[in-house]
Design a binder for this molecule. Structure first.
Ligand SMILES: N[C@@H](CCC(=O)N[C@@H](CS)C(=O)NCC(=O)O)C(=O)O
Length: 242
């Protein structure tokens, strides 16, 4: 009997997208369960029972619950080895995992801008009371509820912190640019989990008002173009790929 595969996912989540991309690369069918981050559904007790970190993605494979996107992708690569996405060679694998660590650090810099420039304005399409009432339906944790209020009231980060985060995120692009001369992919001369791990967030830079400038980051733009040309990566943009 085939085990069921369910992905707890959210549109616009680069962390979930890398899991979708791996599922698509491997031709694995799955069912999507949407978690609405704007309604704080990721902090609902029933979701926290699956993923105590209260973030997407979470994968449920049969009776196994796997969370943390890089853990999920490695699990999928082990259980469904074809095509392999994690390098076998120890040095190449270490490099791929360092790119994943780079991405995790980049995520910390990116998150406040995402809430400031995307989720805050989206929330403010509705009344403050409505947004807070929705959040209260998901959790009674004061810290989480206060975060929703701060996002709504545009109090996520100060302008000074914004400039600092923007600068750090641009340095991330410089770092990528410096890694790409003479190579199409980040590690081992072939498309791998390193590319799949880093690209989804880089592709979202324009959403947080950090345009990708070809004059400064030509190789990064070309690399994203190569990824976009891969049907599985292109399809992974949608939570429920058609
Ligand atoms: N390190 C985690 C990070 C997951 C994460 O931060 N997910 C975001 C969406 S990309 C999320 O659920 N954010 C909601 C929140 O921070 O409450 C992973 O890679 O799975």
């Amino acid at each position: 009997m085939t085990e069921t595969m369910t992905l707890y996912d959210s549109p616009g989540s680069p962390c979930a997208r890398r899991v979708r991309a791996v599922l698509l690369e491997k031709g694995i069918a799955w069912t999507t369960r949407l978690v609405d981050l704007t309604r704080l559904e990721q902090k609902r007790p029933e979701y926290l029972a699956l993923n105590p970190n209260g973030v997407v993605p979470t994968l449920v494979h049969g009776d196994r619950v796997v969370y943390e996107s890089n853990v999920i992708t490695e699990y999928l690569d082990d259980v469904f080895p074809e095509p392999p996405l994690y390098p076998q060679d120890p040095w190449a694998r270490a490099q791929a995992k360092m790119w994943q660590a780079f991405e995790l650090a980049m995520a910390k810099e990116f998150r406040p801008l995402m809430y400031l420039r995307v989720i805050g304005p989206y929330d403010r399409l509705r009344s403050r009371e409505e947004v807070l009432a929705d959040a209260r339906r998901s959790t009674d944790d004061p810290a989480h509820l206060d975060w929703v209020r701060r996002v709504y009231d545009d109090e996520v980060v100060s302008p000074t912190e914004v400039r600092h985060l923007e600068s750090l995120l641009l340095q991330r692009l410089d770092r990528l640019e410096a890694a790409l001369p003479g190579r199409d992919w980040l590690v081992g001369g072939r498309y791998s989990i390193a590319d799949l791990s880093v690209a989804p967030r880089v592709q979202m830079y324009p959403m947080v008002q950090l345009p990708l400038a070809p004059e400064r980051h030509r190789r990064v733009c070309d690399w994203l173009g190569r990824l976009a040309a891969r049907p599985s990566f292109a399809r992974s943009e949608n939570v429920q790929p058609g």
